[in-house]
Design a protein around this ligand. Structure first.
Ligand SMILES: [Zn+2]
Ligand SMILES: [Zn+2]
Length: 307
C-alpha cells in the first residue's frame, strides 16, 4: 500500500505544485487505486506515473471547491479512452457533485462508455469497497467538507506450519482449505483452525482530510486515533492561527498540538500555500521529525503492513 500525492497545492497551482489529488495505491492488495480529490491537473500528473486510469474505479471527493474537483470531468472523459471502456466507476461526493457533472457533460456533449454510479455522502456514512471499510466525518470548512477513513479488514494470522506438521498434516492444498474454514478434519479427527493460526493481522488505517479548520471534538479524535497515516491540510505553516481560522483552513502546529496524545504512525501535511518560499520550506522540513512529512507533488510513501 502506498500514498501518492499527485497535487499538493492549496487553492491555486504554482510552478511546482498542482491542486489537490491523492492516490491510495492498493494494487498489491485489491488491484486498484483509490483516487481522493481530482485537482485540475490530475490527468496530466497521471501521465508522469505508471498509474493506469482503468485501475481507478472509485473516486472520493472531499468537498466541492474547484481546487478539488476541476479535474474530474477531464479525468472521467479521458478514462474512457485509456482502457476504461466498460469498466464501472463509482464517485463518492457531497450533494451537488452529480448535478455539476451532468451539466458539464451535457453542455460539452460528452458521453462515457462505462457506467458511473454516484453516491451522495453525508456525515457518519459508512461504505465498504472490497475489503476496505470507509467511514466519513464532516469537518469544519466554509462548505461541507469531509474526512474519509479507509480501514482494511483484519486478516487471519499465518498458519503455524510446525504445529500442523507435528499433527502429521503435511503441506499441500489442504493448508489453504484449513485457512479458509473454521474447523477441519484430518484422519477422522476434528481440529479448530484458530488453534493453528498466528496472531490476527490488523488492517491498515488511513485518514484523508478535506479542507478544514483543526477539529478538536473527541469523537473525531477517537476516529482517527491509531491511524497508520493521517493526511491533513496545512495551508498555513508559520503559526498564523488566526488567519488560518478566518479562512477555514489549518495551521500545522495547531493540528499537531490538538493531536499530540494520539497514536499515529505517520503524518503527511499537504494543501500547502504557494506563498511560502522554497528556502523557508526546506528549512521547515529539515526541522520536522521523520514521521511528519510535508507533501510535494509525486511524494510516494509506503504504508507497511502491521506485524
Ligand atoms: Zn482546497
Ligand atoms: Zn476548500
Amino acid at each position: 500500500m502506498y500514498i501518492n500525492i499527485l497535487g499538493s497545492a492549496a487553492g491555486l497551482p504554482s510552478k511546482t505544485r498542482k491542486t489537490q489529488s491523492i492516490i491510495l495505491d492498493m494494487v498489491n492488495e485489491i488491484n486498484e487505486y483509490f483516487l481522493i480529490d481530482v485537482g485540475e491537473a490530475l490527468q496530466h500528473q497521471l501521465l508522469k506515473t505508471s498509474i493506469k486510469p482503468s485501475k481507478i474505479n472509485h473516486v472520493f471527493i472531499t468537498h466541492l471547491h474547484g481546487d478539488h474537483i476541476y479535474g474530474l470531468p477531464g479525468f472521467l472523459s479521458s478514462r474512457a479512452h485509456q482502457g476504461g471502456e466498460g469498466k464501472p466507476l463509482t464517485v463518492y461526493g457531497p450533494k451537488g457533485l452529480k448535478e455539476w457533472l451532468d451539466i458539464t457533460f451535457s453542455v460539452s456533449e460528452t458521453t462515457l462508455n462505462y457506467p458511473v454510479d454516484f453516491i451522495e455522502i453525508s456525515d457518519g456514512d459508512q461504505f465498504k469497497v472490497k475489503n476496505v471499510d470507509i467511514t466519513l466525518k464532516k469537518l469544519n470548512h466554509n462548505i461541507d467538507s469531509f474526512l474519509y477513513i479507509f480501514k482494511e479488514e483484519n486478516q487471519k494470522g499465518a498458519l503455524n506450519v510446525d504445529k500442523l506438521k507435528s499433527e502429521g498434516i503435511q503441506p499441500g492444498p489442504i493448508y489453504s482449505e484449513i485457512k479458509e474454514s473454521e474447523t477441519f478434519m484430518y484422519n477422522n479427527k476434528v481440529y479448530f483452525t484458530k488453534d493453528f493460526l498466528g496472531p490476527e493481522i490488523k488492517g491498515r488505517k488511513i485518514a484523508i482530510h478535506g479542507d478544514t479548520r483543526p477539529v478538536e471534538d473527541i469523537n473525531y479524535l477517537n476516529l482517527i486515533n491509531h491511524s497508520d497515516c493521517i493526511i491533513h491540510e496545512a495551508t498555513f505553516l508559520d503559526y498564523e492561527y488566526e488567519k488560518a481560522n478566518d479562512y477555514y483552513h489549518s495551521e500545522i502546529h495547531k493540528v499537531l498540538d490538538i493531536q499530540k496524545d494520539l497514536n499515529v504512525k505517520k503524518y503527511i501535511f499537504t494543501h500547502i500555500s504557494n506563498r511560502y518560499e522554497e528556502d523557508f520550506l526546506r528549512q521547515f522540513i529539515n526541522n520536522l521529525p521523520n514521521d511528519i512529512l510535508i507533501a510535494h507533488d509525486f511524494l510516494k510513501v509506503e504504508i507497511p503492513r502491521k506485524i
